[in-house]
Design a protein around this ligand. Structure first.
Ligand code: ZN
Length: 135
């Protein structure tokens, strides 16, 4: 299993370094913008009935009327992102801000508590078409 990664322009905030990741085995493509939190996933639709009946356990994809593989796609609007880095190990974790405003405010408070306790914290918020650095 392999993957091809590339930088593309974010569909939502136009940040030039949104990350596109294409899995060359499953053909699933994920786009994640570390600036605003926009995510987009597309993958071939699996023919579960045909795949389950195959004695060699091969996986089959559903096809469109024109014979090409059918894909599903899903996107999430970004509400901002956060990044926590352990100052000692340098290991970091990145994630997206919750959609719900109340949950987002709670999470921002949690992030603020971590700051200065051995962690570096960065966070952005996306609203009205603008990405703001909030921490
Ligand atoms: Zn973006």
């Amino acid at each position: 299993m392999g993957s091809v990664q590339d930088f593309i322009e974010c569909h939502q905030c136009k940040f030039p370094e949104a990350i596109s990741d294409l899995d060359t085995h499953s053909y699933e493509e994920t786009i994640f913008c570390p600036n605003c939190g926009f995510t987009f996933i597309t993958a071939p639709r699996i023919d579960r009935k045909k795949s389950a009946q195959d004695t060699e356990k091969r996986q089959f994809f559903l096809k469109r009327k024109d014979g090409k593989i059918a894909f599903y796609w899903h996107q999430n609007k970004g509400y901002g992102t956060w990044k926590i880095t352990n100052n000692e190990t340098g290991i970091g974790k990145i994630g997206v801000m919750p959609k719900d405003e109340t949950k987002r405010k709670k999470w921002i408070l949690e992030l603020c508590k971590l700051k200065g306790k051995g962690y570096s914290v960065k966070a952005t918020e996306f609203s009205n078409g603008i990405v703001k650095r909030i921490i």
